[in-house]
Design a protein around this ligand. Structure first.
Ligand SMILES: C[S@@+](CC[C@H](N)C(=O)[O-])C[C@H]1O[C@@H](n2cnc3c(N)ncnc32)[C@H](O)[C@@H]1O
Length: 299
């Protein structure tokens, strides 16, 4: 059996929650449940609420009365916690992005290395697929996605190429897509280029940045005073949002000061610089390479 997901920066992240054994915690991105099991080991009478929008993750939920699992997007954090009378909470951890399972299962279409339907939805019961994006979006919309979410330099050329190719043949699978864009893919850094293109499609299909913004905005209300917010991000678009939000308490990253010039942020920053994985961890878990861990405390 292949491992569902090997947790990244697990010790430092769970340490960052500063767990009170009788407290209430949230794992916003349950995945393979690696973090969740570590939290449960530190709880006695406490409670753990876990979210994951991917129904495959539900298969990893352990039988434990202290755990409440929501097969939902974490952007609805407050509503679901409120519904189960779990507010306010002592700590929240969000390990953003994709699980190894999602990447490695060809049928999910997350990887250009395997042939499968060009899907890329984390919750495959709702929303539009990447195939629908590449077969229906106009040039402007495609250019925007590749340029902003993938930071692709020739994003307009790529968008035009997709539009020309889809006239000849509908793009349905990951390999259809890779073949269709082959002429504009940088030959020197093919894998990096395709990884950025797939990342852009994934962010669009799953509304990742909007979900993250909605989630972050609810955290000051959901956390108790002294409660911890722990976030692990894997690319600069996410990390910038997290960093600015922790610093200022708003998505725009605008410093709001009171009459005396004191910052009005609801958080105290615990990690001045993001924590990154050691060479040792990276050598056994390549996904740790881009991870950045940030911790803040509600004041
Ligand atoms: C990197 S994995 C988490 C791994 C987890 N820490 C572990 O130890 O196994 C990210 C997980 O978050 C889920 N996810 C991503 N965005 C989400 C969202 N907006 N709402 C709920 N779950 C989300 C994905 O489906 C995936 O299973």
């Amino acid at each position: 059996m292949t491992l569902y997901h090997k947790p990244v920066l697990a010790e430092a992240s769970i340490e960052g929650l500063n767990i009170n054994p009788d407290g209430t915690y949230v794992d916003a991105t349950f995945g393979g449940g690696g973090y969740a099991r570590m939290i449960l080991r530190k709880l006695s009478s406490g409670t753990l609420a876990a979210f994951d929008r991917d129904s495959d993750a539900a298969g990893n939920v352990p039988q434990d009365d202290r755990l409440v699992f929501f097969h939902h997007n974490y952007r609805f954090l407050k509503n679901f916690l409120d519904y189960k009378n779990l507010l306010p909470v002592d700590g929240i951890v969000a390990d953003l992005g994709v699980s190894s399972h999602q990447f490695d299962k060809a049928e999910r279409g997350f990887s250009f290395r395997f042939d499968g339907p060009l899907d890329l939805r984390m919750d495959f019961s709702k929303g539009i697929t990447a195939a629908e994006v590449v077969n229906t979006y106009d040039e402007k919309a495609l250019t925007h996605i590749f340029s902003f979410y993938g930071e692709i330099k020739n994003s307009r050329t790529l968008a035009r190429c997709i539009i020309n190719k889809r006239k000849e043949k509908k793009i349905e699978s990951t390999f259809d897509f890779v073949e269709a864009v082959d002429e504009v893919v940088s030959k020197k850094s093919r894998n990096k280029y395709l990884a950025q293109v797939f990342q852009a499609l994934r962010i669009e299909v799953n509304e990742e940045l909007d979900s993250l913004k909605d989630f972050l905005q609810q955290t000051p209300e959901v956390l108790k005073k002294g409660g911890r917010l722990v976030v692990i991000s894997y690319h600069s678009l996410e990390d910038r949002l997290v960093k600015n939000f922790m610093k200022t308490g708003n998505i725009e990253g605008k410093q709001i000061k009171d009459f005396y010039g004191n910052s009005q942020s609801p958080f105290k920053i615990i990690t001045r610089k993001p924590v990154t994985a050691s060479e040792e961890e990276i050598s056994v878990n390549g996904r740790a390479r881009s991870a950045k861990l940030r911790i803040a405390e509600k004041i």
